[in-house]
Write a protein that binds this ligand. Structure first.
Ligand SMILES: *[C@@H]1O[C@H](CO)[C@@H](O)[C@H](O)[C@H]1NC(C)=O
Ligand SMILES: *[C@@H]1O[C@H](CO)[C@@H](O)[C@H](O)[C@H]1NC(C)=O
Length: 461
């Protein structure tokens, strides 16, 4: 009651109204707005400021802090491990000295991470101060603007927008077909794969940033005594070819590039039977890969250094004819993607017969290896950035933006069901992912991303 009385009084102050009747027939009405026109510019500025504020705070800063914290946490765990190893080994000989050196290097990396964290936090503090000031000025501006809102234009407009949105949503619900079954695909004994968490670890590959293409991981079916080993293949020639595998005895030695050993497929590169393309895997102490200039899967036996192979169908694409990619990049020579899961080794490729769509084959472990069951899918290979297998289900990723990759597709080899509606996000530390593979032994997803080696945890329901 009181407030409506006020607004009538306010209106009387700001508006003057003249009305008179001319010759008893036409009425003339003159309206003078003493307050001047409504400052739309000011309002737009406030709106823009508000949306900018929330964007800059939410999207970039929090994810960066998140991954730094995760990295730091992992490094501290490693340090603790290495320290306990040192304690056991400290008999004053050379072995202890090597461990000490590793610990020194780990400490240096931790300090570097902490400095980065400190910088990010300082930056965030400055940002939040900046934001507070912006908010103060915005609220001052809004108060000023409200004095113009005598006839409640803004609030009515807002109300209208709300109603329009509600109406649209109502319409959508009416038109929507029944939702797809919520059951996720999968037959894992540990439950259904539902999410990807991490990065759990990330580190630059020992060869440095000039080598964006590579592959790494742990053998899911390691030879006796090689359970802790890591393997690494970096495409050191033209980002396409490699002729050897680098082995590390443990996580710590991989991190600091200490004591690597090498398994050479050939002394020259590239040549017959050497590696072409990044998507290779180790399984049962052998490397499975696309061999140089042929449409076949080669297997390099690390023990006796022999190479055997199994050809793909005649219509299979190779030599960079059907690589993975997205709008801004093609991942060169990714025609063949090898993958491991609980049941063994798989190869993902395309054939002209299947119109460039993905074909999936089992690689059986005989001597020589051969192709087992094969499935044709409707997934266009160039629409995916990579693929991997978990518990007999093929998953494909696509590029969303520089911070996010999305697992959007699945093909279940048991039910043959294809899904395009998976929305499982992978947080990236670098823009592009050139290699992805799942290790059924530690249930981690291994990625090679613009020269960085990254792992993610798989989460099950
Ligand atoms: C964090 O950064 C501030 C200023 O940038 C500096 O004064 C401070 O010593 C740093 N702290 C650590 C632990 O590095
Ligand atoms: C690798 O070679 C060794 C020695 O010849 C053999 O025992 C082993 O079965 C081979 N592994 C594969 C996967 O063929």
């Amino acid at each position: 009651m009181e407030s409506s009385l006020m607004s009538v009084q306010t209106a009387a102050i700001f508006l003057t109204l003249f009305s008179q009747c001319v010759n008893g027939k036409d009425c003339v009405c003159e309206l003078n707005n003493l307050q001047g026109p409504f400052p739309t510019d000011k309002l737009n500025t406030v709106y823009n400021d508000a949306s900018q504020c929330s964007k800059s705070i939410i999207s970039t800063e929090l994810t960066e802090l998140d991954s730094l914290m995760l990295g730091l946490q992992r490094r501290l765990e490693q340090l603790e491990e290495s320290l306990s190893v040192l304690e056991k080994e400290d008999d004053g000989d050379l072995y202890g000295a090597v461990s000490l050196r590793i610990i020194e290097l780990e400490l240096a990396e931790i300090l570097e991470l902490m400095e980065k964290l400190n910088n990010t936090m300082t930056f965030n503090m400055e940002l939040s101060e900046l934001t507070t000031n912006k908010l103060k000025s915005m609220s001052k501006n809004m108060k000023e603007l409200e004095t113009y809102d005598i006839s409640q234009v803004v609030s009515k407009e807002r109300e209208n927008l709300r109603m329009k949105r509600a109406l649209a949503e109502c319409q959508k619900e009416l038109e929507a077909t029944p939702p797809p079954p919520t059951r996720r695909p999968g037959h894992c004994p540990q439950g259904q794969f539902i999410n990807m968490e991490g990065p759990r670890t990330y580190t630059l590959n020992p060869y440095g940033t000039s080598y964006p293409y590579g592959a790494w991981g742990k053998d899911p079916k390691p030879a006796l005594g090689k359970e802790d080993m890591y393997w690494l293949v970096v495409l050191t020639s033209s980002n396409v070819y490699a002729n050897y595998i680098t082995h590390y005895s443990s996580w710590s030695t991989l991190m600091v590039n200490v004591g690597p050993t090498y398994s050479y497929i050939s002394s020259s590169n590239p040549t017959t039977n050497t590696i072409q393309g990044p998507n290779v895997v180790m399984y049962g102490d052998a490397l499975y890969y696309n061999c140089y200039y042929t449409a076949s899967v080669c297997r390099f036996n690390v023990t006796d250094k022999s190479v055997t192979n199994t050809p793909l169908p005649k219509t299979a694409s190779f030599n960079n004819k059907a690589p993975f990619g997205h709008l801004d990049a093609a991942y060169t020579y990714t025609d063949l993607d090898l993958a491991t899961d609980e049941s063994g080794v798989w190869v993902i490729y395309t054939t002209t017969e299947n119109f460039g769509n993905v074909v999936l084959s089992e690689v059986t472990q005989g001597v020589p290896p051969s192709l087992g069951r094969t499935w044709q899918t409707s997934l266009h290979k160039r629409a995916a950035t990579n693929t991997f297998m978990i518990c007999g289900v093929l998953y494909a990723t696509r590029f969303v933006d520089k911070d996010k990759e999305e697992i959007f597709y699945s093909f279940d080899t048991v039910t043959k069901e294809e899904r395009y509606d998976l929305k499982i996000q992978i947080k990236k530390t670098q823009t592009n992912i050139q290699y992805l593979n799942y290790n059924p032994r530690d249930r981690l997803l291994y990625a090679f991303s613009d020269a960085y080696m990254v792992t993610y945890d798989t989460v099950y329901q």
